[in-house]
Each structure stands twice: as C-alpha cells, then as structure tokens.
Design a protein around this ligand. Structure first.
Ligand code: MN
Length: 333
C-alpha cells in the first residue's frame, strides 16, 4: 500500500496540536514551496498548521501562494510536531524550534535522523515531489491551485526548469499532474525569470568582475563581498543562483560562489558540479552537505584569502578523487 510507505502520513492524520513546517534559512523555492503547500493542505484538513522561516520571504519568492502568511522564526510557541523541509536537519533552520516531535522531509543525502517519521528520498528531484506523493496518498482531490503552484515551483526550480540531470520521466509525470491540478508553468517562469530589479543587475555586474578560473579551467568561481550588496542596494537573498554564471563556462567541472557574511563572521559557499565531481563530498569535507551536483557549506576564516585557500584545497581534493588532477593538496605541500 502506498499509504504505508510514507512514514509521516498517519502521524499527520492523527495530529491534533499545532504543526510547524520549517524551511531552511536563506530559503529557495523548494523549501518554501514545500512548507507552504503542506501548510495549506493541512489547514484544509482542519489542522493548526504554520509555515515558518528564519528569514523574511525574499523578493523572488514573494509570488508563491500564501507567502505573506509565513511566520518568522524563532517563536515562543511549543509545537506538537515540527517538520523541517528540504534540509538534512533542524540546524539548517538556524533558529530555535521547540516541538514535542520533530521530523524531516528531504531529498538530500546525510544529516540528522529523528526516528521513524522521517521521509527521505535522495532520488527525488525536489522535496515538493515528495510532498506531492504524501498529499496524493492522503487526498489528491484536496490539492488546489495554490498548493499545486507551490509544489510546481519547487520542482521546476530544483530541476533548473527541467534541464538538470535530476530531470527524468517521473519529473515530467509529476509536473503534468500538477499542471492538471492548476499549476501554471508560464506564470511560474515569468515570476522567477522576468522580475529582476535594476539593483540585481548591478550586483551581477560587480560579481562577474570577480570571476576567476583555477586548476587549468576545471574550476571557476565568483566572490560576493558584503560591500557589493550595500553598494547596489541588494540583500543577501539576491545572491541566489549567481553560481550558475561560473558553472556556465565551457570546460568548467566545479563552480563555486563564495559569499561574505560578516554578521556571522564566516563565508557561505555554494558549489555546483557538471557531473564528473561529487560536490556533496567537497561540502561535507568543509562541514556542509547537499547533492552530488549542488551543495553548500560555511567556512569560518579570518580573511578572504584564508577562506579561499580552504575552499580551493577542498575542491582540489575533490578533483583528485575523480582523477582530474594528478596530486591531492597534501601531496603538493
Ligand atoms: Mn530541494
């Protein structure tokens, strides 16, 4: 039975107390779409549900149905059940969540496990694809246009609008059903891709000036300094997706974006792979995590130079593991 294969389903059906759907910090469309879709569905089922995030909803996600109702974490309330979506643990919420029971719905590899309720499938193209299966097993007829659009937004963006290697027949199958349920592909695309601000363009211009190649062109990256945000009137959330510029270069296997976060005294790193190198392993070596093709981590360092050295060493080790360079870092020093 499909119902029994989804660990959280019975728990959610029986839950009578308040439920928090927590998205990870610096939200993307998959985490926020997951939280909103599940929250909207649970409310239709008479549950007391909330979608929450540490950060305010960024401009590029404001169009998601229900986005204005996201609560800002942390809150004083103790939830009966809290589910973190699209993250390998509650540490990714980066705000305290008080709940009697905690669970995860995710498609990342690794992370914390909280017991029998976690719904994890690293093969899933997006977390919203998992939420869709959960909702279908419960009551497909309760998936309305708003829920379908949130689920579609996560699926579309996590697959690069159906172009990345995690796109397969099932991805299109789920997308087709979501469109039948009211998801609007063109509207979604326009909201994501044709709603940029002039400030964001100015930020991109500064960031592209930092574009650097390493390892004979196998690695490319951009550096985003905090002053760039201030000088262009942008905020941190505007850095979302910029790592795709170095990734787009011919010959590049690993792309990075390193972003200064002075308020946390660290550097946030996004990593992308075109397929030969497992960037999840590189991120894990630096205390982060993710997928083979997309991952992230944080580097605590006194200076930009020190953070870059740490990052480039870990990337070099990643290239070495795949036989793309002759020497690991330890062998060259
Ligand atoms: Mn995701």
């Amino acid at each position: 039975m499909l119902e029994q294969s989804i660990p959280l389903l019975e728990l959610l059906k029986e839950e009578k107390g308040p439920i928090l759907l927590a998205s990870h910090e610096n939200p993307d469309a998959d985490t926020l779409g997951s939280a909103l879709a599940l929250c909207m569905f649970l409310k239709k089922k008479g549950k007391k549900a909330f979608a929450g995030c540490k950060d305010k909803v960024p401009h590029f996600l404001e169009f998601l149905p229900g986005a204005q109702e996201v609560i800002k974490l942390p809150v004083d309330e103790v939830f009966s059940l809290a589910i973190v979506v699209d993250a390998s643990g509650f540490y990714r919420v980066n705000a305290e969540v008080k709940a009697f029971r905690k669970a995860r719905i995710d498609h990342h590899i690794g992370g914390d496990f909280y017991g029998n309720y976690d719904y994890i499938d690293p093969e899933a193209p997006s977390t919203t694809a998992l939420i869709y299966k959960l909702l279908c097993a419960w009551d497909k007829s309760a998936i309305d246009e708003g829920i379908a659009n949130n689920l579609y937004a996560g699926l579309a963006t996590d697959t690069g609008f159906f172009r990345y290697s995690n796109t397969n027949a099932e991805t299109f199958h789920i997308a087709k059903e979501l469109v039948e349920l009211g998801a609007k592909p063109h509207w979604t695309f326009v909201n994501f891709s044709e709603r940029e601000s002039i400030n964001k363009m100015k930020l991109i211009s500064r960031v592209l000036d930092t574009l650097t190649l390493h390892e004979d062109g196998l690695v490319a990256g951009i550096s985003i300094f905090d002053r760039f945000f201030k000088e262009t009137g942008c905020e941190y959330a505007d850095s979302e997706g910029l790592v795709n510029y170095p990734r787009s270069l011919e010959g590049v296997e690993v792309a990075y974006a390193i972003i200064e976060k002075p308020e946390e005294s660290l550097w946030k790193v996004s990593l992308r792979s075109k397929g030969k190198v497992d960037v999840a392993k590189i991120a894990e070596a630096l205390g982060g995590g993710g997928h083979k093709y997309a991952s992230g981590c944080k580097i605590g360092a006194k200076s930009y130079q020190q953070a870059m050295e740490t990052l480039l060493n870990a990337i070099r080790d990643g290239l070495y593991r795949e036989g793309l360079v002759k020497h690991a870092v330890s062998q060259t020093t």
